[in-house]
Design a protein around this ligand. Structure first.
Ligand code: SF4
Length: 729
């Protein structure tokens, strides 16, 4: 706790108390002790005093016990230079004493016909306003308020600041001037900005004491909407900390002792102070959700910083794009003749990458296109695409990156006229002619992602910045960086086995395309799309316990060799709406896992070679089973169980459990050369584990075999072990 701040708060509290005491004496002398006291049209008396203590102030003489409570809360002495103590408790007490004193000062203005209301200042809010506006704090349409003290550098700056706050649906409560006597309410009026409850810009009064109306508003909200009894100060303060996302914003110039004291009162309510001023900070968490006082913030960053420090979650109800948006458009296809532009899908390099960054490195809602925009490209063009989404949040972790990244597919597909397929570096995106005609730009991909990520992951992510790269040089460069990260993510799971856990994780994200499909992700078998492993499933469940990734208790072992458990079967049956009775995790020949359509690879039986071929999505040529990937995908996907065929993630190929009940790794007789090259290290490692380092060279590829006959000939020539293994069927 800063001694400088503690001293200033205690000095300020004493000054304000003295003023309240003097003003009360003057009022009693002038009007007598029985003179009635009230703010206009309220049943909450002096609401801060009433709420925190239960004491009803109805006359001047009722103010005396209230003032005594303030005096009792004032610390006896200021902090000394020689003895250092933890001042927090005394500072907070002084803050509450300040609030009581300020409420008395303001109430006395009404008694003494010095009402703060004029053509600019609105004074106390009556109960009608409080009910009308307070409900917005409860239903979330107004998450909280910014209590501004002081002035901006210029009228333009003032207008810009409140516009930013209004965009976040916040109320702006204004009171108090800076050391030059300037205040932001006057600046806004000079800038032609409408003030008042209707615009959520509420100028309470010129002196800092008038911020008691902000605190009074919050106190009444706890009693009216939170059902808190007057006098239950603990619940009033907790209600405000948890439900009313308010903060004090102290602008330009120094902070006076009286302002420090008022801010200390606000801190007890969980409302931190964020200031442009160069004052000491109080950074440990405690009474407020995060830091208590944060200073030296550049004016242009103060809104974002305040939102971050207060832990405010901004709700975005609409996705700001010029085409209809909603889950109904997720299954929409864009055919070639209605396509304006496309990215990836073997036509151009394309990838997507979500990166967790430090909060200072991300500018929320900054959407940038690096390279040509839609108007710069010709109809029908195939363009490189890199979607780089930088996210930041106090609760965000690197482990959560893949979970958010996997949502890019669903978020983009929600836009009518935009189609997205795949994940990581195997995406394929199309934008229709209709969407282009409606005004859809490449930058809108960023707008969609920002709105949906904040909307769905606001509990962990506070800021989203999206850069859309459409120039080949950047896309190729960043794609390599992203690939290195994909590898690191895949490797995190190494060393875990299916036997070492009693819980797997489900993924039903693809049910919007394949309603009966359930991925069951185990440590040794990742999701079919390759984007989710067991750790990701666990992290996703941690973020959203009611989402698509649920723990699946394995239950009793039904068949250890084939990989079948009672708990898994029950789960799959329920989640597939009884369509699938269960599955075997380690065989593709009997009740295999269903396949959706997002799989990275398809494994298919090659009967004459007594083995299997694997084809990845990127391989567009003919395969030994007489079908190209696209045709195969049509018959294997859609949530079906097709014995002899499975969809898998690439990393599963090198897993211990890869069709282990069917003979495993040694069954692979064919795979595209590029896939072999891409998985070279993992395949070599697996071959070494099996004591057969030369095995990889025995796997045919398109350079030596394309038909089933050619594959069988190749296997015979190289002495492939599959030929002498037990028959697969
Ligand atoms: S393929 Fe499986 S793991 Fe991947 S998103 Fe679809 S359901 Fe989830």
């Amino acid at each position: 706790m800063s001694k400088i701040i503690a001293s200033a708060v205690m000095r300020g509290a004493k000054t304000i108390y003295d003023k309240a005491e003097a003003n009360l004496k003057k009022a009693i002398d002038a009007k007598g002790p029985n003179e009635e006291v009230h703010f206009p049209n309220t049943g909450y008396y002096l609401p801060v005093i009433y709420g925190l203590t239960g004491h009803k102030v109805e006359s001047l003489k009722d103010m005396e016990p209230a003032l005594k409570m303030a005096r009792d809360l004032l610390p006896a002495d200021l902090p000394t230079d020689t003895l250092h103590l933890p001042y927090l408790g005394e500072t907070l007490d002084a803050g509450i004493a300040t609030l009581f004193s300020e409420e008395i000062i303001e109430a006395l203005r009404y008694v003494m016909d010095e009402s703060p209301v004029d053509d600019l200042w609105v004074g106390a809010a009556d109960d009608v306003i409080m009910r009308e506006r307070g409900i917005e704090f409860v239903d979330g349409s107004a998450p909280g308020f910014a209590a501004i003290v002081g002035a901006a550098e210029s009228n333009e700056q003032a207008a810009k600041l409140v516009r930013e706050l209004q965009e976040k649906s916040l109320y702006v409560f204004i009171a108090g001037k800076n050391h030059e006597g300037r205040n932001i309410a006057t600046q806004l009026r000079e800038a032609g900005v409408d003030l008042g409850w209707d615009t959520r810009l509420v100028p309470f009064g010129e002196e800092v004491y008038s911020h008691i109306y902000s605190i009074g508003f919050a106190t009444r909200a706890a009693m009216a909407f939170g059902g808190v009894e007057p006098g239950d100060y603990n619940r009033i303060l907790i209600y405000n900390k948890n439900r009313v996302f308010a903060f004090v914003m102290a602008l330009t110039g120094g902070v006076s002792d009286e302002q420090y004291a008022t801010a200390a009162g606000a801190i007890s309510y969980g409302f931190p102070t964020i200031t442009t001023a160069d004052i000491p900070e109080i950074l440990p968490y405690g009474i407020t959700t995060y830091e208590h006082v944060v200073s030296n913030i550049p004016f242009e960053e103060i809104t974002e910083k305040s939102i971050e420090v207060r832990g405010l979650k901004v709700q975005i109800t609409e996705v700001p794009v010029p085409v209809p948006y909603g889950a109904a458009f997720e299954g929409e296809r864009i055919r070639k003749d209605n396509m304006y532009a496309q990215f990836g899908g073997q036509k151009s390099p394309a990838f997507e990458w979500v990166r967790n960054k430090d909060i200072s490195e991300v500018t929320d809602n900054k959407i940038e296109v690096v390279g040509p925009e839609i108007d710069d490209v010709e109809e029908g063009a195939a363009i490189p695409l890199g979607i780089v989404v930088d996210v930041a949040g106090r609760k965000m972790q690197e482990d959560f990156e893949p979970i958010v990244e996997r949502q890019v597919h669903y978020f983009i597909n929600g836009a009518s006229g935009v189609w997205h397929m795949g994940q990581r570096d195997i995406i394929w995106v199309r934008i229709s002619k209709d969407a282009k005609k409606a005004g859809f730009k490449f930058s809108h991909l960023g707008d969609v992602l920002r709105a949906k990520i904040i909307g769905d992951y606001g509990s962990i992510i506070d800021k989203v910045q999206v850069t859309i790269y459409t120039n080949e040089e950047d896309v190729l460069r960043l794609q390599e960086e992203a690939r290195a990260v994909y590898i690191v993510r895949n490797e995190r799971i190494a060393g875990m086995s299916d036997e070492s856990v009693d819980t797997f994780y489900s993924c039903t994200l693809c049910q919007s395309f394949a309603p009966t499909h359930v991925c069951v992700i185990s440590p040794e078998r990742l999701g079919l799309c390759g984007a989710y492993n067991w750790l990701d499933g666990r992290a996703a469940y941690e973020i959203n316990p009611t989402g698509c990734n649920q723990p699946v208790a394995k239950g009793a072992v039904i068949d250890a060799e084939k990989g079948r458990w009672s708990g898994v079967d029950e789960f799959v049956k329920e989640k597939s709406a009884d369509a699938i009775a269960g599955f075997n995790a380690y065989t593709m020949m009997e009740d295999p896992m269903t396949s959706c359509g997002c799989f990275e690879c398809i494994v298919a039986l090659v009967p004459s070679a007594n083995g299997v071929m694997i084809v990845n999505r990127e391989h567009s040529e003919m395969t030994p089973c007489g079908m190209k990937f696209s045709t195969l995908a049509g018959s294997v996907g859609g949530g079906l169980q097709v014995p002899g065929f499975i969809g898998i993630g690439k990393q599963f190929i090198a897993s211990n459990k890869f069709i282990s009940a069917d003979g495993g790794f040694h069954r692979i007789v064919w795979m595209p050369k590029a896939l072999k090259e891409q998985l070279k290290a993992q395949l070599a490692k697996r071959a070494e584990e099996l004591g057969d380092v030369s095995f990889i060279d025995k796997i045919a590829d398109e350079t030596n075999a394309v038909t089933e006959e050619e594959v069988t000939e190749w296997c015979t020539k190289v002495g492939h072990p599959a030929l002498t293994m037990e028959s697969m069927f």
